[in-house]
Design a protein around this ligand. Structure first.
Ligand code: C2E
Ligand code: CA
Ligand code: CA
Length: 670
């Protein structure tokens, strides 16, 4: 229910209606534990929701959050200071003014005076002497009689046993619990006099079939409630149907969240990871080999994940090719997983349709974190996996990825604001000689938001490329680079050129040559100082157009650099055809090279060949002295990497290199 989105105005209208029917009605954001107020077109947090329950920490058993997870109305009763508070939590998906969709809950509370004496005395002992009550008391089913005001007039031994489970002496709980069930049923289907009720007591689930028999008596409409408890096996079966996925026998999403929460709560001292697994090209397998093969593959995966979590965790088949598991960190063996998945691949994908597994990992630091946040983080990591050619590609979550949660919609609206507020900044990473003397710099974009801090480009550039807005951000960075070059004129930085990045998408959307020509004109800078980095991917996609552009740029005095060489489809022919000025060797290439002798030979030949073609070579991603030495010996003498410096904000860049450069430019002290 409530899957449809409503506007904030609609939510407020519902709230007003609830206020007339209940003692308290309020909007909460259960993930942030805050009460919300809608004012002047925006929703703002105004307080902490659990304070109303006199809790100074979040409620361990927050039904509003569960209501969001389960997408349904949930009921709960809090008993406090002689009153019972029946809370109805109704989840809504609400579209905010920025177009984002948020989960909010309306909590509607009914307050009842609850005097223990009256309730207890209402379980009239004198009735025990009546023959029918005597019989009821001995019966194996639970029997509860309620008067018109929902007071418990009678409860037989079995009913008390079923509800209080021998642990709770306070009979008045009977009333609150049973009323709770009745309310829950009323909202679902007021007519039904027979329903199945799940009851959680001390972390264990029980299931009752409940029959309601209303009968008229002089005091009004009373109610006889007959409870039949399911055996453990029946309860398991019901729980399974609700929480398990029939194909694999693993939990479904709902069951997984609940199980995950329980395991984390019960084992505060253990370290867990959550792993999300996705089958790449599953649809190909399904359509080429048929759904039977597809299902068999899912079952194999289910079996594997089930086995992995048998001892210490739980596993889940969310839907289609999406799996998840929770397990103790110490039990997780990634190479074993790789072997097992490799086996499954070779059994299934005999014709090599590129079946691959992507794995996102989140190491759980805080056991009280919501299961869905945990799952989101592993999914985010999963989206950051890169095809590596191996059977599995893995990525581990880190905080930067959070921004990735931006949906395309959110990105569009945030992007407009970011441009308007000038949130895209240019960082500079130096390109140095072997001694660390800066020669030039690469301009790298950073999105800096006041609330989220610095956002790295991998988090937003793919989205901007997808929706075609990348050229607008790129133009901002290009302009900043041009302006910087102008500002450096006449200073010790005047010989430092800046390279800017061009997305392959830019080439298809705007007239690059015209754009750069205008920039250098506007800022009166030498085109030879504003270098243009083009990735080899652009070359693969549209070689003729690219060749033409490079030629035009050359004619106007710009230098063109081939970026990320060795990361993808590098071809030596391309090197020759493209006629670029600089070859930038990709970081990934370098990483392989350190370990593999053959790669070293290849790298060193590429460097020689680039030189033979008259190109300058820059190696990216140098992180250690060992790498610097190796590359230097191969003949590449310009480096860009963390070993020398990370990308820096412009002022830090200037601060770091002013002294070094002032030696070169002695007449301009800073
Ligand atoms: P790129 O063009 O290959 O930029 C180099 C990336 O490598 C930068 O990441 C840089 O911070 C990182 N890097 C440099 N040295 C090291 C090192 O030693 N170790 C490691 N691990 N990393 C190193 P960054 O800034 O996160 O940028 C990532 C990519 O985003 C860039 O890769 C580029 O493709 C894209 N990008 C960045 N700024 C822009 C932009 O203004 N426009 C466009 N279209 N793309 C951009
Ligand atoms: Ca680059
Ligand atoms: Ca690069």
């Amino acid at each position: 229910m409530n899957e449809t989105q409503i506007s904030m105005e609609e939510l407020t209208q519902i709230l007003e209606r609830e206020k007339t029917e209940y003692d308290i009605a309020r909007i909460v954001n259960p993930y942030a534990c805050s009460t919300m107020r809608f004012k002047d077109g925006t929703m703002t947090a105004e307080g902490t929701c659990h304070h109303i329950w006199k809790h100074d920490h979040r409620c361990s058993n927050c039904f509003s959050r569960r209501a969001c997870i389960q997408h349904k109305v949930l009921y709960k009763t809090e008993v406090m200071e002689g009153k019972s508070y029946r809370i109805k939590s109704t989840p809504y998906r609400v579209k905010t003014e920025t177009g984002e969709v948020r989960n909010y809950v309306i909590e509607s509370v009914r307050i009842c005076e609850l005097s223990r004496e009256t309730v207890n005395s209402n379980i009239r002992t004198d009735l025990k002497h009546e023959a029918t009550d005597y019989v009821f008391n001995e019966a194996m089913t639970g029997v509860i009689r309620m008067d018109a005001d929902h007071n418990v007039v009678f409860a037989n031994r079995q009913a008390k046993k079923m509800i209080l489970r021998g642990g709770e002496q306070e009979s008045f709980l009977l009333r609150t619990i049973v009323t709770n069930w009745l309310e829950g049923r009323q909202d679902r289907n007021a007519e039904s006099l027979l329903f199945t009720q799940r009851y959680e007591y001390d972390h264990k689930d029980y299931f009752f079939d409940i029959q309601l028999i209303p009968f008229e008596n002089t005091n009004g409409m009373e109610l006889l409630i007959i409870l039949h408890e399911h055996t453990d096996e029946e309860a398991d079966r019901i729980a399974n149907a609700r929480d398990k996925d029939p194909l694999t026998g693993l939990y479904n999403g709902t069951g997984f969240y609940v199980a995950m929460e329980r395991i984390l709560r019960d084992n505060p001292d253990k370290q867990y990871i959550h792993l999300r697994l996705n089958v790449r090209n599953f649809t190909v397998i399904n359509s080429v080999f048929g759904t039977r093969t597809g299902d068999a593959l899912l079952m194999r995966l289910g079996e594997l994940l089930g086995r992995m979590t048998e001892e210490t965790g739980c596993a889940c088949h969310f839907h289609s090719d999406q799996f998840g598991l929770l397990m103790e960190n110490d039990y997780f063996d990634s190479s074993k997983l790789e072997l097992d998945l490799g086996q499954i691949k070779s059994d299934t994908d005999s014709e090599n349709f590129g079946l691959l597994f992507q794995v996102g990992i989140y190491r759980i630091e805080d056991h009280s974190m919501e299961p869905e946040v945990i799952c989101d983080r592993a999914s985010m990591a999963l989206r950051h996996t890169k095809a590596s050619g191996e059977v599995i590609s893995t990525a581990v979550y880190h905080d930067d990825m959070t921004v990735q949660a931006l949906t395309d919609n959110q990105l569009v609206s945030r992007f407009e604001r970011a441009i308007a507020r000038d949130e895209f900044h240019m960082f500079l990473q130096p390109q140095t000689d072997v001694e660390g003397n800066v020669k030039s710099a690469e301009a790298l974009a950073r999105w800096i938001r006041s609330d989220e801090g610095v956002i790295a480009p991998v988090l937003f550039i793919p989205g901007l490329e997808k929706n075609g807005m990348i050229y607008r951000m790129d133009r901002v960075i290009w302009e900043k680079a041009a302006r910087q070059l102008k500002a450096w004129k006449g200073t010790e930085f005047q010989d430092i050129s800046i390279s800017v990045n061009i997305s392959p998408i830019d080439i298809t959307l705007i007239d690059i040559v015209d754009c750069f020509e205008k920039l250098t004109g506007k800022y009166e800078i030498d085109p030879g100082m504003l270098n243009i980095e083009i990735t080899e991917t652009a070359m693969v996609n549209n070689p003729d157009r690219l060749l033409h552009i490079v030629d035009q740029l050359h004619r106007r005095g710009f230098h063109v650099e081939i970026d990320d060489f060795g990361s993808g489809y590098s071809s030596l022919k391309m090197l020759k055809d493209l006629n670029a000025d600089v070859l930038k060797i990709d970081r990934g290439f370098l990483q392989h090279t350190v370990h593999e002798r053959k790669m070293k030979t290849i790298l060193s030949s590429i460097i020689q060949m680039a030189h033979a073609l008259g190109m300058h070579v820059i190696t990216e991603g140098v992180e250690t002295q060992e790498m610097v030495d190796m590359i230097y010996q191969m003949g590449c003498h310009t480096f860009q990497g963390f070993f020398f410096s990370r990308p820096l904000p412009v002022d830090e860049f200037e601060e770091k290199y002013a002294e070094q450069l002032s030696g070169r430019f002695p007449h301009n002290g800073r």
